[in-house]
Design a protein around this ligand. Structure first.
Ligand SMILES: *Cc1c(COP(=O)(O)O)cnc(C)c1O
Length: 393
């Protein structure tokens, strides 16, 4: 069974975010006093008598290292409980599996490519009906919801176009229709935005990104607002078995301890880059929710405590321009993924969003000139200089 926040964490539960990120799920080891709990690699637990154990029996079902990670994840998202999975998509699958054939999901069209692929190429065969709106207003969600809608799925800011969705307003609309709201909080992280406080029932993470933060571990998590909603997720986690291993849990947990200071620097650097390149002659456009001219800037100010570490640019010259620039950067590695301490540049049309059919992709604005920058925590001046020289062609 996945854990709820455990007893040893009650003292720190009422404290503020940065304190909980470091202390929840980090009780010193009772056997040795080790300040950092050991990584429990065991698959099994020795019993005193058949069925008589210390609450641990088999590591797919329960593992102390995973339990510690789940405790801190639940705490930093202000949820009742969390379940850790082997990847972000395994976590997403856990939520879709809560639905029944014939149910429908309403989502905004600018969606992580893998989530779209999962809905269209896996769950549609199984009987799930997914509908997408191209309009980010709450009213548009209302129009897409009908009597079969059981789930509304949001990512905000969206990937890669960085539009914002109003979590609170859409939560109200979903709940009025008897549907649940799930928010993929991978881009914002709980440092910048707490969906559960705004009415979400589920928060999903690809912990592979900012939560892990060092591009060295793949993982995912589901955090639930209520213990009642958590029960089927915990059941699914054990029954389907897509759990994260102890080493992965340890690395992810270690990442969480520096999450708030990393995000401060990510946001600072991204803002510096956005301001510097906003009117660059080699760029057709630049999107960053922190800029005054961003269409959702007011919502970003209301819903987020800062504007994130992702900047999207459209290079003049379409595919050729984007290809040239993305191969000329020296600090920004041309790579999939995001959210690590090192800066990355990604070409969504070919890389992360390649699984979306070309007509759909282009109609959504993911053109061949578009590049997504995951701004790392290096020195901002060095990053700006790198992008300047890369655009000097
Ligand atoms: C990467 C990502 C996922 C998928 O997570 P994996 O860990 O790669 O399975 C889901 N949503 C968003 C927003 C992502 O960036």
């Amino acid at each position: 069974m996945a854990s709820t926040i455990s007893k040893h964490d009650t003292a720190t539960q009422t404290m503020n975010f940065a304190t909980r990120a470091i202390h929840v799920g980090q009780r010193p080891d009772p056997a040795t006093g080790a300040t950092i709990p050991p990584i429990h690699v065991t698959t099994t637990y020795t019993q005193q008598a058949p069925g008589q154990n210390k609450g641990y029996d088999y590591s797919r079902s329960i593992n102390p290292t995973r339990e510690n990670l789940e405790a801190v994840l639940a705490s930093i998202e202000n949820g009742a409980a969390a379940a850790s999975f082997a990847s972000g998509l395994a976590a997403t699958t856990a939520i879709f599996h809560n639905l029944k054939p014939g149910d429908n999901v309403v989502a905004y069209s600018d969606l992580y490519g893998g989530t779209y692929r999962l809905m269209e190429n896996v769950f549609r065969h199984w009987g799930l009906d997914a509908r997408y709106t191209d309009d980010n207003t709450p009213e548009s969600f209302k129009q897409h919801i009908d009597g079969n809608t059981r789930l509304v799925w949001l990512e905000t800011p969206t990937n890669p176009l960085l539009r914002l969705l109003d979590i609170q307003a859409i939560a109200d609309i979903a709940h009025d229709a008897g549907a649940k709201l799930a928010v993929d909080n991978t881009f914002a992280t709980p440092v910048l935005q707490k969906p559960i406080d705004l009415g979400a029932d589920y928060v999903v993470h690809s912990t592979t990104k900012y939560i892990g933060g060092h591009s060295d571990v793949v993982g995912g998590a589901v955090i639930c607002r209520t213990a009642e909603d958590f029960e089927p997720v915990a059941y699914y986690q054990n029954a389907a078995g897509g759990v994260s291993g102890p080493f992965d849990c340890y690395l992810t947990h270690r990442g969480i301890k520096t999450l708030s200071i990393r995000l401060e620097r990510h946001c600072h650097n991204a803002m510096r880059i956005a301001e510097h390149f906003e009117h660059h002659p080699k760029l057709e456009s630049l999107a960053y929710p922190g800029l005054q001219n961003h269409p959702d800037h007011e919502l970003a100010k209301r819903q987020m405590s800062a504007f994130g570490g992702i900047v999207t640019i459209v290079v003049k010259g379409g595919r050729d321009g984007a290809f040239t620039m993305s191969q000329r950067t020296r600090l920004f590695s041309l790579a999939e993924s995001l959210g690590g301490v090192e800066s990355l540049v990604n070409h969504p049309a070919i890389m992360t969003h390649g699984s979306i059919p070309v007509e759909i992709r282009e109609s959504r604005g993911i053109t061949d000139g578009l590049l997504r920058l995951s701004v790392g925590i290096e020195d901002a001046d060095d990053l700006i200089a790198d992008l300047e020289q890369a655009l000097d062609f």
